[in-house]
Write a protein that binds this ligand. Structure first.
Ligand SMILES: [Zn+2]
Length: 214
């Protein structure tokens, strides 16, 4: 009969976990909690972040409540992704924050890490400010062993929120505004589906919104 130890010895491949949700839902905190827990168990952790997110200094994963973890930073070049594979050789667990800042080239490398036996933890936004999916997060969610979708609290009504409302000069941003604006907290609010506001939704064939625009 095979005991637990025997089963572990034949388990060669790793696993992929995705932590997603809107802004202010606690994604980075949850990522850090899981990485800390692994460190308590003496597992070797590699923390990674994208260079584009330098809100609180390059080389850190940080949360809105000020918690910080030192991280290696990557950009979206093939060289940088190759560097990730080398860095990960010495790690049991690889944590990548703000996955939505990466381009889809990193997906193959993440799959390779899982094939090599690494436990890969990903955190990031599942939707942009227009309420549209970030493709990279959506693909990784479909490949994951486990997905955790966190919710924030709607700043307008107090219900569960899964939208990131972008505000420019206090008014909802327009659909055609650029997707990524790394910046201050006051530019975004967590909103529920009812309180979320965007000027158009192309997936609706006939909408009052479109009629109001014309
Ligand atoms: Zn609301």
């Amino acid at each position: 009969m095979q005991g637990a130890k025997d089963l572990r010895s034949v388990q060669k491949k790793g696993r992929l976990e995705v932590i997603c949700g809107s802004m202010f839902s606690g994604k980075s905190e949850e990522l850090m909690r899981r990485l800390r827990r692994a460190e308590y168990a003496k597992q070797r952790v590699l923390s990674l972040a994208n260079k584009i997110d330098d809100r609180r200094g390059i080389g850190k994963i940080s949360t809105h409540n000020g918690t910080v973890r030192i991280a290696h930073t990557l950009d979206n070049t093939i060289e940088s992704i190759a560097r990730m594979l080398i860095l990960a050789e010495q790690a049991d667990i690889v944590g990548i924050d703000e996955i939505h800042f990466f381009n889809e080239d990193i997906i193959l490398a993440i799959r390779e890490l899982v094939e090599r036996g690494k436990h890969v933890l990903i955190a990031g936004l599942d939707q942009d400010f227009r309420g549209e999916p970030f493709n990279i997060t959506a693909i990784l969610m479909s490949l994951a062993d486990n997905v955790t979708k966190l919710k924030a609290i709607c700043l307008s009504c107090g219900r569960d929120a899964h939208h990131s409302q972008r505000l420019i000069d206090g008014k909802p941003a327009r659909y055609d505004d650029p997707i990524i604006l790394v910046g201050a907290q006051e530019c975004y609010e967590a909103r529920c589906r009812d309180c979320f506001s965007i000027d158009k939704r192309p997936w609706r064939t006939t909408t009052k919104t479109q009629q109001q625009q014309s």
